[in-house]
Design a binder for this molecule. Structure first.
Ligand SMILES: Cc1cc2nc3c(=O)[nH]c(=O)nc-3n(C[C@H](O)[C@H](O)[C@H](O)COP(=O)(O)OP(=O)(O)OC[C@H]3O[C@@H](n4cnc5c(N)ncnc54)[C@H](O)[C@@H]3O)c2cc1C
Length: 589
């Protein structure tokens, strides 16, 4: 199929990129490919809100400072400057397309506190922000016939020639037939990789596809060692209980009923004009504090493991119904408890990949014609720890930038090659089909077996706290798993139509690539910063040697190669993060 631009991913970033491309050039023929119907993308699950400077007591400088200090100065400051300045216009644009932001009584947009943000900066639509944002983008995309949707098409590979990107390979999931999208420009918007861990808040489809697709063709993955644990997910299922709960005033209590965060050093004394952060501290520190409480046996025991208690009772039935209706429903449906009368048991779970495909501010990667945006990409704005609600804004700001840049690129690119490309496509597609053809051979491991072993290796060696021995163990285990995967996996289902076992096998190959990269990038960072916290000789931050991004170059046959490059600083010299730990007794490392 010939087209001008392929967008891989129908989540917030993919839809925003498609809209930007068609608005920039209505004549472009755009194909939006998604392995699920766009409204099932993980963006739909986002709850708490999207950040943008709105209030009089806020400023771009404060949004910049919160983001950069929250990311422990590993943020690319040029990218953060561009980001904070573009957020408000993007959220206003979404409003014009129909997004029902929650309102104050006088009609102005309502905002709430979020972790690590000094002022109320998070716009929300009750606690279904992602749902409303995705609906808004999706319904707007329907107005543009030049965006052709290929729902339930699964991308398996990229095609590259001497000019750069030449096409994208996929499978029509309903029919099982291969598809070649011949185009000179593509935007990867495939989301994060939380599913490489066992306990996570992510949808089952969030398996790191785009990162692996780009990495296989030599594009660097940046800062993958920084994996965010969200401090409040349900034990067992990992269903997220939004930070918005704490933004609305929710408290975290240990088994003794104590607001235990007052005991932890979340940072030096708070210069902010409000009480110290506690529950509204950043996610990395809150997750680390849970780990300590658990070790000290001050957590409660649930059938799905230990937990602390999120107490919302004092907010009252009316406020819970207005501001946190989905959370109230989740607690009732999945736990059988009513948060009006009973605290919710919560624990940390993997939530977000701070790193991703290395891109510039326009989403361009090192491969000409290949762009990336959203959670699969890394412009460098999150540094070592993303602040909640910066991601939904990022999808819009950088989804738009990537869409516009890809549109411009495709207008000027040489036309795609003919026969040789088709032969190359057939050869590469053959690899996915070989898996299907050979999958019935006896003695091979099943997808679930390898996936469970990958989860165990990641939870064991590359968790909330890390040490050299554990990370080495993980690297070793993942290398073995990848070798076993390459030798072939067993598939029972040999049909072509909706063969989810086969697709899960392809996803597993990509996830293993990403998991191994996370482990190696983590091992190579001999310091502690943000979400990467070591409990060995490198438990301190080391600006002299590690104020650097990691760049991982993947090799299909060997371990990833890790390089380090300096971080771009513009206005903020590295300092201490302050979240108001005055009087705290327990250090977090
Ligand atoms: C439970 C939860 C709550 C969150 N709440 C917030 C919040 O309140 N505020 C905030 O800022 N952030 C939040 N986040 C983070 C934020 O929602 C995500 O970072 C963001 O939505 C990712 O959007 P995306 O467009 O990059 O990817 P996604 O929305 O994950 O979409 C990925 C798309 O790629 C497609 N795809 C993937 N692989 C392939 C393939 N091989 N072939 C074809 N298609 C493919 C999928 O079908 C999908 O359409 C939350 C995340 C979670 C998990």
């Amino acid at each position: 199929m010939d087209c001008d631009l392929v967008i891989v991913g129908g989540g917030g970033a993919g839809l925003r990129a498609a809209l930007a491309a068609t608005l920039a050039d209505p004549g472009l023929d755009i194909v939006l490919v998604s392995k699920v119907v766009p409204m099932r993308s993980h963006t739909v699950a986002a709850e708490g809100g999207a950040a943008a400077v709105l209030r009089d007591d806020d400023s771009f400088a404060q949004h910049f400072d919160d983001t950069v200090s929250g990311g422990e100065w590993l943020c690319d400051q040029r990218a953060v400057e561009a980001f904070v300045a573009a957020c408000p216009q993007e959220l206003i644009q979404l409003e014009r397309w129909g997004c029902p932001w929650s309102r104050q009584d006088d009609g102005r947009v309502q905002t709430r506190f979020f972790g690590g943000m000094r002022v109320q900066r998070t716009w929300f639509a009750a606690d279904r922000t992602g749902f409303h944002m995705l609906h808004t983008l999706f319904q707007t995309s329907l107005r543009h016939p030049s965006i052709r949707r290929h729902d339930e098409f699964f991308c398996t590979d990229l095609l590259v020639d001497e000019h750069g990107l030449a096409g994208v390979l996929g499978v029509d999931i309903a029919r099982g037939t291969p598809v070649l999208y011949r185009a000179r420009a593509a935007v990867l918007a495939t989301g994060g990789a939380g599913r490489v861990y066992a306990h996570n808040t992510n949808a089952g489809i969030v398996t790191g596809e785009g990162m692996a697709l780009a990495a296989v063709h030599g594009v660097a993955l940046r800062d993958l060692e920084f994996v965010q644990w969200h401090p409040t997910a349900l034990p067992g299922s990992g269903i997220l209980i939004t930070e918005g709960c704490r933004g609305e005033g929710g408290l975290l209590l240990n088994a003794e009923g104590r607001r235990y965060l007052q005991d932890y050093d979340l940072g030096p004394p708070d210069p902010w004009p409000r009480p110290r952060a506690m529950e509204l501290g950043p996610r990395d520190r809150l997750s680390q504090a849970f780990w300590h409480e658990d070790r000290a046996r001050r957590t409660v025991t649930t059938p799905q493991g230990s937990a602390v208690l999120l107490d919302l009772r004092h907010l009252g039935a009316e406020r819970l119904a207005e501001r946190l209706p989905m959370i109230s429903e989740v607690a009732r449906r999945f736990l059988g408890i009513d948060p009006v009368t009973t605290p919710i048991p919560v624990r940390p779970a993997v939530h977000y990949t701070m790193g991703g495909v290395a891109t510039g501010l326009d989403g361009a990667t090192a491969l000409p014609g290949l762009f990336a945006a959203g959670e699969c990409a890394s412009t460098g704005i999150h540094g070592a720890n993303r602040l909640g609600s910066n991601s939904l804004a990022e999808l819009l700001v950088f989804g738009r930038a990537a869409g516009e840049a890809a549109a411009a690129w495709s207008r000027n690119a040489p036309s795609a090659a003919g026969g040789s490309l088709l032969r190359e496509a057939q050869a590469r597609a053959g690899q996915a089909y070989a898996l299907l053809a050979e999958g019935h051979q006896a003695g091979r491991p099943r997808v679930a077996e390898l996936r469970t072993a990958m989860h165990a290796a990641m939870e064991d060696g590359v968790g909330i706290f890390r040490d050299a021995e554990g990370m080495q163990r993980a690297c070793q285990a993942l290398a073995e798993l990848r070798a076993r995967y390459r030798a072939g996996v067993a598939l029972d289902d040999r049909s072509r139509s909706f063969n989810t076992e086969w697709l899960a096998a392809i996803e597993l190959g990509h996830a293993l690539q990403v998991a191994e990269t996370i482990a190696h990038a983590a091992l190579a960072r001999r310091e502690s910063r943000g979400a990467h916290r070591r409990r060995d000789a490198w438990s301190a931050r080391d600006d002299a040697n590690f104020l650097v991004h990691s760049l991982a170059y993947c090799d299909p046959q060997a371990a990833p190669r890790i390089e380090h490059v300096p971080v771009t600083l513009t206005r903020s010299a590295p300092g201490e993060r302050s979240y108001g730990g005055a009087g705290a007794r327990v250090a977090l490392d």
